[in-house]
Design a protein. Structure first.
Lengths: 415, 145
């Protein structure tokens, strides 16, 4: 009993031992992995869970009557229950496994969108969005002769909520915005965004792209109040190729299937087909069982560290990096909101981001450069691209120092 | 006037130069040096017509043809890409269209840059080579007409 009352002490060196890849060297230098917003590294528990699945109980699921198939089915459905609890959904029927955030958004755009967006309807996105939360809506709008409306950002990289209020109208069918910006790290006021949409018209569906939020902060979908919330396993220390669409059950029930085939049907004849119940209705074909198993292990891992410790460590890293980088001449940080996740996007006067990225790699430092799949945002900010360092809880203050020292050297060489 | 070395000889020369460096940092620093030394490209030529688009860097490429050979002039907003341009210009400028079209350019592989650079579309290296060969093809077609 007493054990549960003792707060586990966060020890970054201990945590790093869980991630085998962090021991890698690049050209003789220790890898400093600062591209966590693109994908996160995997703890050994996730790697082992996948290996264990293939070593002990790999079988196709939901239909087999033999032991290992039933074990695999149970593991897959247990992962769904874990996800439900992790994001506080009302029921596991609200948890649809997808390939990732992109597929989850496409599912909503094609299934809910084609059913509910009509000629003259409006879909609202924001200037901060990743292409994955722009293009599906753009295509839907073209298809339906509907209009795409865009919430602008201010010079700090924050959404201008006053402008959003003006965009909400009787024609608004869907609002789709990110929880956290992948390029700038801005944390958007998603609860407020949902509240404003619902106040305008309860029938407006709100989708939150949570790809950049799910691993940084505790997400409670019922507290946020969105109709849909999408995220990817690989950003949250789980495997690639698995993601989640949370959807409000009443909406999912009314939506047509997105893809058709096996597992999503109830009965098939040449005269007609009836569909399976939720969530299977949206999971045609053999699903990604290894992905679900790995995702479940990743959720366990996050819970064992705790969001309190994760947020504290990531804030320390961001604050330290921000302070140190601003001491370098010619640096401009892009995205200066007070509400920021551990993403540091910047430009160096007169230097090309690609050159900086390539040269940092020669010091073992992995960062992302370019437009970060947010071309409209870069156009708005009149930037050809930025250098982006993004931190995870397993990064250390010393790694930030290596990055800053390398950056100074790289700038000297390129100038 | 000194005899222009063959494509083969020039590629070997470059491979030799890069063999002095045993790590990536030095190789890239050499490319940066070459990039910085690349002659000034006329501002007026930095237009959309001459642009070869890479995902993360822009390249501008112009050509002049005389006496059956082609000269290349190019620029980029990335110094490393400019270094690559300097190498390509050194190998391919002053050649006939057939020489350019047949050039294997395996020096990129030999100096180890292929593995590092050609696998990502970020730098536009492949697009640049393709564009140079396209010019050679167009010039050849014009000559034959």
């Amino acid at each position: 009993m007493q054990d549960t009352l003792i707060k586990k002490i966060f020890d970054v060196d201990e945590v790093r031992r869980d991630f085998p890849i962090l021991n890698r060297e690049i050209d003789g230098k220790p890898l400093v992995y600062l591209d966590n917003a693109a994908t996160s590294q995997k703890p050994v528990s996730v790697i082992n869970a996948i290996s264990d699945y293939y070593s002990r109980y790999n079988a196709n699921i939901h239909r087999g009557v033999y032991s290992i198939s039933m074990e695999a089915s149970a593991a897959y459905e247990n992962a769904r229950i874990s996800v439900k609890e992790f994001i506080n959904a009302a029921s596991e029927r609200e948890i649809i496994f997808t390939r990732g955030t992109t597929e989850a958004i496409n599912l909503v755009a094609y299934s809910y969108g084609l059913q509910n967006v009509n000629e003259g309807s409006e879909v609202i996105v924001s200037e901060l969005e990743h292409h994955a939360n722009i293009v599906p809506w753009q295509v839907l709008c073209q298809n339906r002769k509907a209009h795409l409306k865009v919430i602008p950002v201010n010079e700090k990289g924050e959404l201008v909520i006053e402008e959003y209020k003006k965009l909400l109208s009787d024609k608004t069918a869907i609002v789709a915005v990110s929880h956290i910006s992948n390029s700038l790290g801005t944390i958007n006021p998603v609860k407020e965004i949902v509240r404003l949409a619902k106040a305008k018209n309860p029938k407006i569906a709100v989708l939150i792209d949570g790809a950049q939020a799910i691993h940084h902060t505790h997400v409670d979908v019922r507290d946020i109040g969105a109709d849909f919330y999408a995220f990817s396993g690989h950003k949250m220390y789980g495997p690639m190729g698995i993601g989640v669409l949370y959807g409000r059950e009443s909406l999912l029930e009314a939506m047509p299937p997105y893809q058709t085939g096996g597992d999503m049907i109830s009965r098939v004849s040449f005269e007609g087909t009836t569909y399976n119940e939720l969530p299977m209705k949206f999971e045609a074909g053999t699903p990604n069982v290894e992905g679900a198993v790995g995702l479940n292990a990743a959720i366990d891992y996050i819970n064992s560290i705790g969001f309190g410790a994760i947020e504290e460590q990531e804030k320390m890293l961001l604050d330290h990096a921000t302070e140190e980088i601003l001491k370098i001449d010619g640096i401009r940080i892009i995205g200066t909101s007070q509400n920021k996740a551990s993403v540091l996007s910047f430009v160096v006067n007169g230097l090309n981001a690609l050159d900086i990225g390539i040269m940092l790699d020669t010091h073992g430092v992995a960062v992302r450069t370019g437009q970060h799949c947010t071309e409209p945002l870069m156009d708005k900010l009149c930037l050809p691209g930025t250098v982006r360092a993004s931190f995870a809880f397993y990064n250390t203050k010393e790694e930030v120092d290596v990055f800053i020292k390398a950056l100074k050297k790289v700038i000297d060489i390129l100038k | 006037m000194t005899q222009l070395k063959s494509i083969q000889e020039t590629e070997e020369e470059i491979t030799d130069e890069f063999s002095f460096f045993d790590n990536w940092q030095d190789k890239y620093e050499y490319l940066i040096e070459l990039g910085k030394k690349l002659n000034d490209y006329p501002e007026s030529e930095r237009n959309d017509d001459n642009k070869v688009k890479g995902c993360q860097s822009s390249v501008w490429l112009t050509t002049t043809g005389s006496n059956g050979t082609i000269d290349f002039k190019a620029d980029s907003d990335s110094t490393i890409v400019k270094g690559l341009i300097a190498l390509l210009v050194r190998v391919l400028s002053g050649r006939t269209p057939d020489e350019i079209l047949n050039a294997k350019l395996d020096f990129i592989d030999k100096i180890g840059l292929k593995q590092h650079l050609a696998q990502t579309r970020a730098n536009g290296l492949a697009a640049m080579i393709k564009q140079m060969k396209m010019y050679a093809l167009a010039y050849k077609a014009k000559q034959q007409n």
